[in-house]
Design a protein around this ligand. Structure first.
Ligand code: SF4
Length: 235
């Protein structure tokens, strides 16, 4: 039974920004193997604590939102950490909701199990795809090869997906965004977004002007526009 296996950190009852062109419920899955310095969801990182929501809460919500909600997005945390994700997605699809996924691609074998169940994936690219850079961005050097495998799977599956990067000036510079863009477009990624980092509560150093520099660099923005079929900024 899904309710005995899934650990939900929280549920957002209504979102118009987490699934393109869909009104969605967002399920924040508890647990993440990474420790990105810009993480807005640090309470979701620990996989060993019980989240704040139950599976039954989600089912109840969806039963009462039929006709108002198009989709459910499994977000995190890192949804691919939980082995029960495929069953959870199946259950939501049986209720006739479309399903999306937010992931950093840390576990390709888990991604493989849900690829034919989801209609859209938001794929986080934390840094240029090198071990040392990913270590700085996520706290785990070993995972960059898994990220590359997951990305390749998405490309081969021909599923609708986007790549996006949170531009935290403590770990990325403008040259890094050029490098990420070159790598992604070289692989065949068509849709890319850069997202503004808003300093988290514990970050008392970063200034807004540091965060803004990515979005004020007209040369960079023009480059990204011509590199991808779809590119935009999220501020
Ligand atoms: S992958 Fe997401 S949830 Fe995990 S630490 Fe990074 S930002 Fe936080």
């Amino acid at each position: 039974m899904v309710q005995n296996m899934i650990n939900i950190g929280d549920i957002e009852k209504f979102s118009i920004v987490d699934f393109p062109s869909k009104m969605a419920v967002v399920v924040f899955m508890q647990g993440c193997p990474w420790r990105c310095p810009f993480c807005y969801n640090q309470t979701l990182q620990n996989p060993h604590i019980e989240g704040n929501a139950e599976w039954d809460n989600l089912v109840h919500l969806l039963e009462h939102r039929k006709g108002m909600i198009d989709a459910v997005v499994f977000s995190g945390g890192e949804p691919l950490m939980q082995d029960s994700l495929p069953e959870a997605i199946d259950a939501v699809r049986q209720m006739e909701f479309e399903v999306g996924l937010h992931t950093g691609g840390y576990r390709p074998e888990a991604l493989q199990k849900v690829l034919d169940k989801v209609v859209w994936v938001g794929f986080d690219i934390k840094a240029p795809l090198h071990a040392e850079r990913y270590k700085k961005a996520t706290g785990n050097a070993g995972d960059v090869e898994k990220v590359k495998q997951s990305l390749q799977m998405l490309l081969e599956a021909k599923i609708h997906f986007e790549c996006r990067t949170t531009c935290d000036p403590r770990i990325l510079d403008i040259a890094d965004i050029y490098e990420i863009a070159d790598t992604l477009s070289g692989l065949g990624v068509e849709e890319y977004y850069i997202q503004k980092y808003r300093p988290i509560r514990t970050d008392r150093v970063t200034q807004d002007s540091d965060c803004e520099k990515f979005f004020k660099d007209e040369k960079l923005l023009a480059y990204l526009k011509q590199k991808f079929k779809i590119f935009d900024v999220r501020k």
